[in-house]
Structure formats: structure tokens, C-alpha cells
Design a binder for this molecule. Structure first.
Ligand SMILES: Cc1cc2nc3c(=O)[nH]c(=O)nc-3n(C[C@H](O)[C@H](O)[C@H](O)COP(=O)(O)O)c2cc1C
Length: 335
């Protein structure tokens, strides 16, 4: 798939997720088969201020390209300046966040608030497209309220403003990330769009991916939470879409190995203590379905070193602390 001038190995994109899709995670997702990864949303104002923490969020590794940097804000000139900084920092694509429903963001006039302010939204898109030479994409929701679908209208507006691609998250802002996506609403956006539309929402495995594509006819898929703790999901989906065959899901050992690798990458990127502490956010996903996962999680929340992390992971498989999937789960605390 191509986005403007950028060629992707497939049509599967890792969703931007604040606090999750940091550099270690993006590198794992690329290794796991994502055709494109995306930074978490970055404040345009903070970027323009050259805030250190923000610049660190935007630091891109050589092995994660192609990568898209997502920015949010409400001022066209600041968004354009931030886009330029992102492109100078190595972004292959700049993505604009028009979908975030978080109160603080909406109150500042950014994120999903902009889908009801067409003039400002258009001004932002035109300012950013006019400023950078890399392709510019946007990510939207189908609306702010339930049963609303503004996506067919926005995709046309976006095309007229020079936007290369639109990702449509098939949920309204009121639903945050809950419930099933409205695939008919996404399909309506695909039918109306003069350019490629990427579908997002609720894709957790090969079958939900295929169903999303079949029902919407979108050009590609963006996967969020389904890939946390399972970055190789992209490879399995891609294999299934091209061959119709399912690859084996990762074993418990493979998941634990991936968690260890993730921890080491986080330690390299942030320093050991901070890296291990930040990993607490994604650990529950790696441990999902394991017997006693909540007890392991509690232990993880105390640890601050890689050595301590390995020691906790060593216990997995030991009886009676952990049992195999076919074991007598009733005796143990289960998730
Ligand atoms: C913890 C978390 C953080 C998120 N942060 C962002 C973000 O920074 N930018 C954005 O456009 N969407 C963000 N999203 C929304 C996701 O990109 C995606 O649209 C949503 O999770 C639906 O996809 P899924 O059902 O595959 O998870 C976030 C979602 C979650 C769960």
C-alpha cells in the first residue's frame, strides 16, 4: 500500500496510543509485521516550545521507519510549525488527531472537538499540508454523539485540503473505546472518499480483520489494543488476509520472551528503573489469560529492575503459583 509517496509493506497500521506506542513498542510492532507505526499524539504547542519530554516522545529509531508522527492542537499556524518539526525529525508521514475524546483535549478545542468546527479543521489541514512535503493524514471518529456519522462529509473535505489518507475509527466519541465499531458508518465513508480510507476499531485477530475489510471495503486496517502484548498479531493478520491460513498464536513462552525483550528495549530507551516502571502499563496485556495474572501483576507493580522482572517471570509455569492452561483452574485464582 502507498500513502502519498510512502510505500508500505502491507496495509496494516499500528494505532497511535498515548502512553503505549513509545519507541520500544513501535519497533516491536514493526518487527511484528506492522506496515506503518505511529507515535502517540504529541502536543503541537509543546513541540513548538521544543519541550524536552515532548522531543523525547518524538525521537524516532532507525529501524522503525516508515513511521507517522501524530500531532494535536487547535491553532493552524502552530500545527503547521509542529508538523515541520516532526518532518525535520524524520517523520515519514504527519498525522493530525481529529478523534481524541479526552476532556482536557476537547476543552482546548483540539481532537474530536474539531470535527464540529469545519472551518478550523480545514484551516488546520491546509496549513499543515501547505507546510510539509511529507504526506499528511488525519484520524477521525464517525461523530461525537451516538448514531452520528460525519465521516463521509469529512473525507471529502479532507481530500479537497490535500490530505493523503483518512483513518476512520468506527466509534463515536461518546463511546470512547467501548463497544463494537459501526462498520456500516465506515463503509459509507469509504464510498464517499476520493482517497484511501483506513478502518479502525475492534480488530483483535484475523477474523475481525477480515470481517472489517469485507464489510467496509477500506484500503487498510489500523489495529490498537489487540496488538498490545502481541505485536506479532500484524504478521498473523497479514498472513491470513493473503493466504486464508491461520498462523499459530504465540505460546505462553513466546509471550513471556516478548515481554522480556520489550523490557530490555524500554530499559535501553529510558534507563532501567523508568523503563521497567513504564512497562507496567503494557504488562497486563502480555499476561492476559494466564492463570493468576492479577497476582503476577501486583508483583510487577512493585518491581523496578530487570533482574526482579526476570525473577517474577521465572515463576510462571511453577506450581502451585501458576498452572498450565489445561490444569485445574478452579483451585487457583483466575482472570
Ligand atoms: C490507551 C489508549 C491511548 C490512545 N491514544 C491515542 C492517541 O494518542 N491518538 C489517537 O489518535 N488515538 C488514540 N487512541 C485510540 C486508538 O488509536 C484507537 O483508535 C482505538 O484504541 C480503537 O482501536 P482498537 O479497538 O483496535 O483498540 C488511544 C487508545 C487507547 C486505548
Amino acid at each position: 500500500m502507498r500513502i502519498g509517496t510512502v510505500e508500505l509493506a502491507n496495509n496494516l497500521i499500528m494505532a497511535p496510543m498515548a502512553g503505549i506506542t513509545d519507541q520500544p513498542f513501535r519497533r516491536l510492532a514493526r518487527e511484528g509485521g506492522a506496515g506503518l507505526v505511529c507515535t502517540e499524539m504529541i502536543s503541537a504547542t509543546a513541540l513548538v516550545r521544543r519541550d524536552d519530554k515532548t522531543l523525547k516522545i518524538m525521537s524516532l529509531a532507525a529501524d522503525e521507519h516508515p513511521v507517522s508522527v501524530q500531532i494535536f492542537g487547535s491553532e493552524p499556524a502552530i500545527m503547521a510549525e509542529a508538523a515541520q518539526i516532526a518532518a525535520d525529525g524524520g517523520a515519514d508521514i504527519v498525522d493530525i488527531n481529529f478523534g481524541c475524546p479526552v476532556r482536557k483535549i476537547v476543552k482546548s478545542g483540539a481532537g474530536v472537538k474539531l470535527i464540529e468546527n469545519e472551518a478550523r479543521m480545514t484551516a488546520i489541514m491546509e496549513a499543515v499540508v501547505g507546510r510539509v512535503t511529507v504526506p499528511v493524514t488525519i484520524k477521525i471518529r464517525i461523530g461525537r454523539e451516538a448514531d452520528e456519522n460525519v465521516a463521509p462529509h469529512i473525507v471529502k473535505r479532507a481530500a479537497a485540503s490535500g490530505i493523503a489518507q483518512v483513518t476512520v475509527h468506527g466509534r463515536s466519541a461518546v463511546n470512547f473505546h467501548k463497544g463494537l465499531p459501526d462498520l456500516e458508518a465506515v463503509a459509507a465513508a469509504v464510498r464517499a472518499a476520493p482517497m484511501q480510507v483506513i478502518g479502525n476499531g475492534g480488530i483483535i485477530d484475523e477474523l475481525t480483520a477480515k470481517d472489517f475489510l469485507d464489510k467496509t471495503n477500506c484500503a487498510g486496517l489500523m489495529v490498537g489494543r489487540g496488538a498490545i502484548g502481541d505485536p506479532a498479531l500484524f504478521r498473523r493478520i497479514s498472513h491470513y488476509l493473503s493466504t486464508g491460513e491461520m498462523m499459530q498464536a504465540p505460546t505462553r513462552e513466546q509471550r513471556i520472551d516478548c515481554l522480556k525483550k520489550h523490557a530490555r528495549m524500554a530499559a535501553d530507551h529510558y534507563g532501567e528503573r523508568r523503563g521497567v516502571i513504564l512497562l507496567r502499563k503494557v504488562m497486563p496485556y502480555y499476561l492476559k489469560g494466564l492463570p493468576n495474572a492479577s497476582r503476577i501483576r501486583n508483583e510487577f507493580n512493585q518491581i523496578e529492575t530487570l533482574l526482579a522482572l526476570d525473577a517474577v517471570l521465572e515463576k510462571i509455569g511453577e506450581s502451585p503459583y501458576f498452572i498450565n492452561d489445561a490444569g485445574d483452574r478452579g483451585y487457583y485464582e483466575n482472570e
